[in-house]
Design a protein around this ligand. Structure first.
Ligand SMILES: *Cc1c(COP(=O)(O)O)cnc(C)c1O
Length: 225
């Protein structure tokens, strides 16, 4: 009941063009079922095994997004069903996703993770590394992936000025890339995934088209995930 209310409040608070990913990591099947019954179709998880278990147990109408840092050796377990991978941060990982997608005769949509936060612990590519990746010959040979946009996480801070500046810099780079990079079968940039429970309003005000919200829907998590 509470989950349904939280979803309704959140949806009333965001524009129609913004896609909501309900981040269900650490939360039980029953919570996800409740959100699904309330009309939520897209869920995000940050651990492959947990996502596979939930995929097996829940309705097949759910679209599963992998939002966590990706280990290459785990890609194969989700390649048959994952809808979007947010956290791609190397050409090596992209090649592995391409290889596994090919085995299932499908194309897997991916977002490149950009490092905008000042924290050492956050993953992601620099702007320069993304440009290099797109310009590499190897990239052109990937036929079973499609880069549909970028993803970024702001620094964990109360400083809204800093969060705003980080999201703005990502939006600026996203627009530049869309302008500079010719459309190809494996790269069509339309999605900018930025914003979580604490900063989605700032993210949307600065160009986000996809937010990843967990605790504001499902309540606080009991342990760090
Ligand atoms: C956990 C997580 C979220 C959601 O965090 P909340 O603060 O609970 O909304 C979003 N994005 C990523 C990458 C996450 O790991």
């Amino acid at each position: 009941m509470l989950i349904q209310q939280n979803l309704e409040l959140l949806k009333a608070d965001i524009p129609d063009y913004v896609t909501l990913v309900a981040v269900s990591k650490t939360k039980p099947i029953s919570d996800i079922q409740e959100a699904f019954d309330a009309g939520q179709k897209i869920f995000g998880e940050n651990k492959v095994q947990e996502m596979v278990n939930k995929y097996d147990a829940l309705p097949k109408g759910i679209q599963w997004h992998m939002i966590g840092h990706l280990q290459r050796n785990k890609v194969k377990y989700m390649a048959h069903f994952v809808d979007l991978i947010h956290g791609v941060d190397s050409l090596k990982t992209l090649k592995e996703i391409d290889k596994q997608a090919k085995k299932h005769d499908r194309i897997i949509n991916c977002l490149l993770q950009v490092r905008i936060a000042k924290e050492e612990t956050k993953f992601g590519l620099t702007f320069k590394e993304i440009e290099d990746l797109f310009n590499s010959e190897d990239f052109d040979s990937l036929k079973n992936i499609k880069i549909t946009g970028l993803m970024g996480m702001s620094t964990f801070t109360e400083n809204e000025g800093q969060i705003t500046a980080e999201f703005k810099s990502l939006k600026l780079f996203f627009d530049k890339l869309k302008n500079d990079k010719p459309l190809t079968f494996n790269c069509q940039l339309s999605t900018l995934s930025m914003g979580m429970s604490g900063d989605y309003k700032i993210a949307i005000a600065n160009g986000s088209t996809m937010i990843r919200v967990g605790s504001k829907i499902f309540g606080v998590r009991n342990y760090i995930a």
